[in-house]
Design a binder for this molecule. Structure first.
Ligand code: SF4
Length: 350
């Protein structure tokens, strides 16, 4: 056990040796100090503002077979859908009227969405909503595809690395996938000029504390703009159906550590946090998160985009969900704002 206070050291150095990270992650004894330090730093950088992103789940087809995922290609019980360009643009119209200034187009790796189709959709959103950010989350693609989407008007890309440890990665993915390739994609996205988001699951099968520390070290190397983490949640139609869910306290601890390691990062309080506990998203905000991503997908398809079981907010219309979220965020002591919500730069403190 290190003899200095790890929370004070993390605040001071924005880094910690592995042994101190182990100490922070292994127990709840530092949680009160950790969460309050993380909230102090988020308020210094972002005040009480919470950015909202409108999530549009454009397809639940995927050519991959990640063992943890409910829309993996081998899941014959999944009812597949994909949205048309018209439907996607209608989601953007609804979202814009509700104050969203970032649209996140997320989907499995669906070959139907060729580069030409993606570029057409992106350029149409860019034309209609010039004051909005366009975020894509469409998986691993060749660098030329990422470049084409960027040139069509996309500015952000989310691609969670999920685990940075090679041995652990192999337990979560089939041989056709590679951690090296995923990391290469992330660095390619950065080179092209995207604001890049990455992140990982907490409590996924076979995960050890040293894997989580490897995740933090990889993020230090990547220096992403957005970092999304959530507890692993089981899906009944996957090979991991019998594994337990990840831990809420451990996820919150990691959100707070991320805020202190990356003071200006955009950190969502994820839907997975809201799924594992009714107040999970509020808890995430209080632990240092500053973004929420309500669902703008048509209500009819939300139940079909299930990466894990019991996903929340599948029945609410976008307006209803936006209003409820606004109240919940306010009750937690923060304020949803209508803004593109770019990452603040170092020194942009309030
Ligand atoms: S996690 Fe992503 S890449 Fe893997 S099967 Fe699910 S949607 Fe496809």
């Amino acid at each position: 056990m290190p003899n200095t206070d790890p929370v004070a050291a993390l605040c001071r150095d924005r880094d910690l040796p592995d042994e101190s990270l182990f100490a922070l992650l292994a127990t709840d004894r530092y949680d009160t100090a950790l969460f309050s330090a993380a909230d102090r730093v988020r308020r210094q950088v972002y005040g009480d503002e919470v950015y909202i992103r409108g999530l549009i789940e454009i397809s639940n087809y995927c050519k991959n077979d990640c063992y943890y995922c409910g829309i993996r290609k081998s899941n014959r019980n999944a009812t597949r859908y994909r949205l048309s360009e018209k439907e996607i643009l209608a989601c953007c119209d609804t979202g814009y009227a509700l104050g969203f200034r970032t649209f996140v187009l997320q989907g499995g790796e669906d070959p139907w969405f060729t580069d030409e189709r993606v570029c057409h959709i992106v350029s149409e959103i860019r034309r209609r909503f010039p004051d909005c950010a366009i975020t894509l989350s469409l998986g691993e693609k060749p660098a030329e595809s990422y470049r084409a989407y960027f040139e069509a008007g996309a500015n952000r890309y989310l691609l969670r690395h999920e685990t940075a440890d090679e041995t652990h990665y192999r337990k979560l993915h089939p041989d056709s996938m590679s951690l090296r390739h995923r990391k290469d994609c992330l660095f390619a996205l950065k080179r092209i000029g995207y604001q890049v988001g990455s992140g990982f699951m907490v409590g996924s099968p076979y995960q050890k504390t040293e894997h989580l520390i490897a995740d933090l070290r990889f993020l230090q190397e990547l220096q992403p703009d957005m970092i999304g983490i959530g507890p692993f949640l089981t899906h009944a139609d996957t090979p991991f159906a019998d594994f337990p869910n990840g831990s809420l306290p451990l996820t919150l601890r990691l959100v707070a550590i991320l805020r202190l390691l990356f003071p200006t990062a955009l950190i969502p309080s994820t839907t997975a946090l809201g799924t594992i506990h009714p107040q999970g998203r509020e808890m995430g905000l209080k632990a240092g998160a500053n973004v929420v991503m309500p669902n703008l997908s048509p209500v009819g398809v939300r139940r079909l985009y299930t990466l894990y079981d019991n996903k929340i907010c599948t029945d609410e219309e976008a307006a209803e969900s936006r209003a409820r979220l606004e109240k919940r965020v306010a009750d937690a002591g923060y304020r949803i704002v209508t803004a593109v919500g770019d990452r603040k730069k170092e020194g942009d403190r309030l």
